[in-house]
Design a protein around this ligand. Structure first.
Ligand code: SF4
Ligand code: SF4
Length: 440
């Protein structure tokens, strides 16, 4: 055994938070097929797709139902077999409105026929990734073919597989490591080969010893330059900038990308999907999600067709134990609070959490006591109190100078603030003010 690597460099800031990985030892369960799905055409940070089907069409799983000519976009596929009953505009959990294809399931879950894609070089590999419909499964929603289509001048020497999963509650990446390590390694080998990357680091937090063991074994067997790296379990270890620093010691300068420091970072579920797709040709039609929180009767990890309604998923998990005070799509630190559960699951949704009153109390805001904890916990060395001051003074120049635009909205500052200041919201407002100022 080659042994597990230790982090190259320790990042600054961050917070120690309760992990609450209650579902870690629960294998992913395939949900019973939903009676219908609502599949939005806007599932990436790129352009909205145009439906390629119309009401009355019969579809099978994996059949194309939406695509776009725009480069930054990813095609969308049917996730159940059945009949298209309509196309309508709906509001998504992200707050945006999207054209959405409604498919009534025939209950058969019949698949289209798939062939493994023919991949022989970088171009055909990128084309296969685009055709698969993959967007970042860690929640970013960035089309994977765009991320992997590196500029010619980029000198990439390290592929980092992000298996840190530092957000509390979420355990689907961990389950991916345990249940799909072969696909992870197949995906790793393909990206390494077709992007001509010399070495691979699979970065895992040290609170996941089983994942470290399994991945180390399979990395050793691969005979390739692939090593597992054990990272200190500290939020937000899985943030792109943090994981690059921990794995390579390199800092991404403001406004630059991972490729500018020789790295490509992929989420572990995304790389497992790449491995599976290359072996089968099946596009992205379902995803794994952690369903947890004190308001959920039977927390579990589920595999759901894209477009399944969240209320159907909650019913599958036994319903609510109370009237939830807070519902979150994603993790409690960086997820989006929802006003309800009448939303379809998107490709990038990795968790649905719901909490009873008392388990998600929001601190009452009081005056700043100038303790400095917010600045001390910021991994990017920002000073949130300065940003608040410049925001209130509407001073765009000083906001830019304070680095508000690079904030990754990790929430470490707000989490550590004893005065309950909504510091992340200030950061978001500051970024919007900077954008507006630049647009003038
Ligand atoms: S200022 Fe931004 S990057 Fe820094 S801790 Fe707060 S949310 Fe995270
Ligand atoms: S952590 Fe809160 S109370 Fe302390 S300096 Fe920052 S804003 Fe003020």
């Amino acid at each position: 055994m080659k042994g597990v690597l230790k982090a190259v460099k320790k990042g600054r800031g961050g917070v120690d938070i309760a992990h609450n990985k209650n579902t870690a030892e629960m294998p992913v369960v395939r949900i019973t097929p939903p009676p219908f799905v609502e599949i939005p055409m806007r599932q990436s940070i790129g352009a909205e797709c145009e439906p390629t089907v119309k009401a009355g069409d019969r579809v099978k799983i994996g059949q194309l139902i939406g695509d776009s000519a725009a480069y930054v976009s990813a095609p969308v596929y049917a996730s159940v077999s059945g009949t298209v009953t309509g196309i309508k505009d709906i509001e998504l959990s992200t707050g945006v409105v999207s054209k959405t294809v409604i498919i009534e399931s025939d209950g058969l879950m019949e698949e289209d026929s798939f062939q493994p894609p023919k991949v022989s070089d970088t171009k055909s590999f990128i084309a296969a990734i685009r055709a698969s419909g993959l967007v970042g499964l860690g929640g970013a929603g960035f089309p994977a073919h765009v991320k992997l289509n590196l500029p010619q001048e980029a000198e990439i020497d390290t592929l980092i597989i992000n298996a840190a999963e530092c957000e509390p509650y979420i355990t689907v990446d961990y389950r991916e490591c345990l249940e799909n390590s072969e696909n992870i390694m197949r995906g790793v080998s393909a990206v390494k080969k077709y992007l001509n990357i010399d070495r691979v680091v699979i970065a895992v937090e040290n609170n996941k010893p089983k994942a470290i063991e399994i991945l180390s074994e399979i990395a050793d067997k691969s005979g390739e330059n692939v090593r597992v790296m054990q990272l200190k379990s500290r939020y937000p270890q899985g943030a792109e900038k943090m994981i690059i620093l921990s794995a390579t010691g390199r800092k991404i300068p403001p406004g630059k990308l991972p490729s500018d420091v020789g790295c490509v970072v992929m989420n572990v579920a995304s790389i497992a999907f790449v491995g599976r797709h290359l072996a089968t040709g099946k596009p992205l039609v379902s995803r794994s999600m952690t369903v947890d929180g004190s308001a959920v009767k039977n927390p579990m990890n589920v595999r759901v067709p894209v477009g399944t309604m969240m209320d159907y998923i909650i019913d599958f998990c036994g319903g609510f134990t109370c009237e939830p005070e807070k519902i979150v799509c994603g993790g409690p630190m960086m997820g989006t609070a929802l006003i309800g559960i009448n939303f379809p699951v998107l490709k990038g949704n990795n968790a649905l959490l719901a909490f009873c009153e008392g388990d998600c109390a929001v601190k009452k805001e009081t005056d700043c006591i100038r303790c400095g904890r917010c600045a001390a916990s910021c991994p990017l060395s920002l000073v949130p109190t300065n940003v608040e001051k410049f925001l209130k003074a509407k001073d765009v120049k000083k906001l830019k100078h304070a680095g508000a635009a690079v904030c990754m909205e990790c929430g470490s500052c707000a989490y550590s603030c004893p005065a309950g200041k909504p510091l992340v919201q200030y950061m978001r407002l500051a970024k919007a003010m900077i954008r507006e100022g630049e647009a003038k």
